[in-house]
Design a protein around this ligand. Structure first.
Ligand code: ADP
Ligand code: MG
Length: 653
């Protein structure tokens, strides 16, 4: 219900409009029926009477114009309306003067209403804000509190159909979690004790108990809401263009109005009628239709994106998405699932399989890299690792792009690629395999063996890349820290135009910088897609950084400009479509508003359109533009169709 209620400001505005409107109507009737000739035939008395509704409804506008003059920013809409109405009073058009203010305020009121409505509907459609949390107290009683009041470590009870109020870990119960509001993904995910769950999702079935791991303010849901609310602060070029345009346009129109008021009467002598035309001019020229509807379009576009699980952190980024020259992507976890299976284990002489695997698993124990997670999972599946004593791991040193060094029970274990082995002068036996990522392992300088793991390409990747190109992304480049053989194989399978392999995180930055240089002479932009692991610097460096949100990976959400909540690559071409649609609607508004205004300006100058026509043209155009922008609120791009599989390339060797 609260959704349709008016804000305080809107209620106040409405009261002013209604009371001024009623007084105005009464005055008009009395005036035109000649009921009170003594009053209305007296110029001064009639002026004073009409000033009552004028001041009631126009007080805020006059005040705005006054402050504008004081701050030397006088050429805004309030200023235009103020001189137009004062001019109308001056030439004796008292009732028109009031009408200008009255209808201008009606228009403003509706614009304000439309903006609040669309803001609210975006928030509603996101529909992720939890209203309460059920906290289980140590004595077993359950208390319903505000999500704000949940403390880290609290045990929460979530009944079927309830929203998860804060991020946490399931302690009891299992079921399906509906993540649609966050990810736009309709297939629910299963959750069981130990699974992390993200606030804003809905518990589909069964009773869950969870331990809160974050406060509400740090939880995914409140960070997302904050992002969406602040997104419109970063202005797009189109919006800045409108601001700049208004900056030049308004003084030009004012100047033209002065010319219309002063020049023709020198020849014709009809001062009053030309001043009246000049005032009409000012009313028509009010740029509010543009000033409001274009930002509203971008706001709607960001809303349309968030409904399909794409967070865009600013209008500028949304705009850039339809103008990409090069799309660069990381491989592991971005184009591939980052879910490795162990395909082969090669032990060094005298080392058992179990010894190799256990040492590798211990070393990877503290890392969040997809390789580490996968090795731990794979070994657990083999029955190794369940009884590993992770307390032995006393230190982990991440070597980004290489692997890591861990101190385990006093010895140093190295896990990583051949570069890591070479850097540490390990005497290792190189393994050859076209498609596997190879994790070499050494302990205290002694080589233990290699674990070959394979990743899978995301099923939608090829289709998504094709769709990005169809939407205009010039070329697709893959960067990876992995070996050339693996990089080339994946690149070929996905239809990448270029592949650079064996890169350290800083190499990725310099490759991206080279490509930014390639684009320097065109107006095209570069996007980088990553998973936030090891590639935050590149995400920041690119014109648009797109991160796989993996449901709340902090690094990614912070560093990126666009976050794909469900890691589905198809969302990228969908964002490009939303971007195009948004820009299209903004352009329609700009062209439509300017054409109508130009037309009425000419008619006004010729004396064919009076103040009334001007007021309706202004308010009417603004409303049509706003309605046009609001179309974005219901826009939902179709996901791209799956692409045909890559042609099987026969290996020559
Ligand atoms: P990508 O560029 O494909 O996302 P990264 O830059 O994260 O990959 O890592 C590059 C390479 O470094 C990997 O292919 C792997 O050989 C090695 N590596 C990185 N982290 C680890 C780890 N935790 N364990 C083993 N090897 C790793
Ligand atoms: Mg990576």
């Amino acid at each position: 219900m609260a959704n349709h209620s008016l804000t305080k400001k809107q209620k106040k505005g409405l009261r002013r409009i209604i009371s001024a409107g009623v007084i105005y109507a009464v005055l008009m009737i009395l005036d035109h029926t000649g009921a009170l000739p003594i009053v209305f035939e007296n110029r001064l008395a009639s002026l004073l009477l009409y000033l009552i509704p004028y001041l009631i409804v126009g007080f805020t506008v006059l005040r705005g114009a006054f402050y504008g003059i004081k701050n030397h920013q006088m050429l805004d809409e309030s200023f235009l309306m103020t001189i137009a109405s004062i001019g109308a009073f001056a030439v004796g058009q008292t009732s028109e003067a009031v009408a200008v203010m009255l209808f201008y305020q009606v228009g403003e009121w509706f614009q304000d209403y439309a903006v609040t409505r669309s803001r609210r509907s975006i928030k509603d459609l996101l529909d992720i804000a939890p209203e309460y949390a059920n906290v289980e107290r140590p004595d077993g009683s359950v208390e319903t509190v505000d999500p704000d009041e949940v403390r880290v470590g609290d045990i929460l009870i979530i009944k079927p159909g309830e929203k998860i109020p804060v991020d946490g870990i399931i302690t009891e119960g299992s079921g399906m979690i509906d993540t649609a509001a966050l990810t736009g993904e309709s297939v629910p995910r299963s959750a069981r004790p130990g699974s992390e769950i993200i606030s804003g999702c809905i518990n589909g079935e069964g009773l869950l108990k969870m331990r809160a791991s974050k406060k509400y303010d740090d939880s995914t849901v409140s960070r997302i809401l904050e992002l969406v609310e602040n997104a419109s602060e970063k202005k797009s070029h189109t919006e800045n263009f409108i601001t700049r345009f208004a900056h030049y346009y308004t003084p030009i129109v004012v100047l033209a109005a002065v010319v219309v008021a002063l020049v023709p009467p020198i020849f014709t002598g009809h001062w009053l009628s030309w001043i009246y035309r000049a005032c009409t001019f000012l009313v028509i020229s009010c740029p509010c239709a543009l000033v409001l509807s274009v930002p509203l379009a971008f706001f709607g576009g960001i809303g349309a994106a968030s409904k399909v699980g794409i967070l865009v952190k600013g209008s500028n980024y949304l705009e850039l998405m339809s103008n990409l020259g090069i799309v660069v992507s990381d491989k592991t976890g971005t184009l591939t699932r980052g879910n490795f299976r162990v395909s082969r284990v090669e032990c060094a002489d005298g080392v058992s399989r179990a010894e190799l695997l256990e040492n590798a698993a211990l070393a990877e124990g503290m890392s969040t890299h997809p390789i580490a997670v996968s090795i731990r999972n794979a070994l657990r599946a083999e029955g190794i690792g369940a009884e590993l004593n992770t307390r032995l791991v006393t230190g982990t040193d991440n070597r980004a792009g290489l692997g890591l060094a861990a101190t385990v029970g006093g010895s140093e274990i190295l896990v990583g690629n051949e570069r890591l082995m070479r850097e540490n002068r390990i005497d290792f036996r190189e393994v050859h395999d076209d498609a596997a990522t190879i994790v070499y392992t050494a302990k205290d300088g002694k080589y233990l063996g290699a674990i070959l793991i394979r990743d899978e390409v995301k099923p939608e990747a090829r289709g998504a890349i094709a769709a990005m190109k169809k939407e205009g992304a010039g070329s697709f480049v893959m960067l990876t820290g992995d070996r050339k053989e693996v990089g080339d194989a994946v690149g070929r399978e996905l239809g990448a135009d270029r592949v650079y392999s064996g890169l350290l995180p800083q190499d990725k930055v310099s490759r991206v910088e080279d490509m930014l240089n390639e684009l320097k002479d065109s107006d095209k932009k570069l996007a980088f897609i990553g998973d936030g692991i090891n590639d935050a610097p590149v995400l920041t460096r690119a014109d648009v950084g797109i991160a796989m949100g993996s449901m709340g990976s902090d690094a990614a959400i912070e560093a990126a400009d666009v976050v794909i909540m469900d890691d589905n690559l198809n969302k990228i071409p969908m964002t490009m479509k939303i971007s195009k649609k948004t820009i299209g609607i903004s352009k329609e508004n700009i062209i439509f508003a300017l054409t109508v205004k130009a037309l009425i300006l000419v008619l006004g100058a010729l004396g064919l359109a009076g103040m009334w026509a001007a007021v309706f043209a202004d308010v009417g155009v603004a409303m049509l533009c706003i309605l046009n922008s609001m179309r974005l609120l219901v826009y939902r791009p179709a996901p791209p169709a799956a692409a045909a599989a890559a042609p099987k390339v026969q290996a020559a060797s």
